[in-house]
Design a protein around this ligand. Sequence first.
Ligand SMILES: [Zn+2]
Length: 327
Amino acid sequence: MRKILFILLTVFQFAACNQTSRSTKVEQKNVNVPNFSSDSAYQFVQQQVAFGPRIPNTSAQIACANYLSATLKRFGAEVIEQKTEVKAFDGTLLRCINIIGSYNPKAETRILLFSHWDSRPWADNDPKPSNHNKPVIGANDGASGVGVLLEMARQFGLQQPAVGVDIIFFDAEDYGASGNGGGEAAENSWCLGTQYWANHPHVAGYSAKYGILLDMVGAPLATFPREQISEYYAANIVEKVWSQAKSLGFSQYFVDQKGGAITDDHLYVNKIAGIPSIDIIQYDTNSNTGFASYWHTVDDTMENIDKNTLQAVGITLMHVVYNEKTN
Ligand SMILES: [Zn+2]
């Protein structure tokens, strides 16, 4: 993912101003929301990292894809592996494996939860140029979101929510062109797995009430300001999630601030698939890149994963999913 160009950002800001005021109500029903184990989510992050960098066309990619599919199946999901080939910005053909795990597949009201599972082949934001061609291990950038979703899958397997849920692990998100120039082509060199899926959904005519993307959701004291593309396409879903987090006491993570506009998987789910979708993404308004200092460096390791953050994100989303109405 990367920060979107400033000109687009101002368009989004302008559009966001025209939106009507938000509702701040949180559902107060007697729904039994299962717990979320951050110990287990942490383990799921660790297990992915143990495969090494999950880069398209490597054997670690195959091994981790098999692990993700098998784990979703073990937790009772109906699993589809969508395998294809996508073309990277440099012309490389990438084996791309999107992994879809569905719960209650016949239910009409569906929620889509997604994360990318690949890690970046180049640590091109590393302070040491000698590291720029080394791969990113992606504990936070990749594995953290998937780890939270695998723990949610485990809970869905134990007690199904009323609505249908599709969990998608998208491949080839982080193979994009370096730097911030390059216009639309460079912009669209990211999120290749999602772009493919949005044009070729796993079920013909697939739709969902809304989508939630998790990206870099494991760092200690992470802050998730309201991402602007999310605000533009799905302000009511941002509000639903942020107010749920607030009512659970997690406002220090889900801060009530405006974040950046990020080219990330949710952009294509909004733009191509037409499913209103938000991005829960760590963002730091004081950093040059908008992201943490170890983003796209060789230091994106397990040391930067904190169970408290995984818990805040996981339990918030559990409440959102289990309180969702079936109409
Ligand atoms: Zn990344």
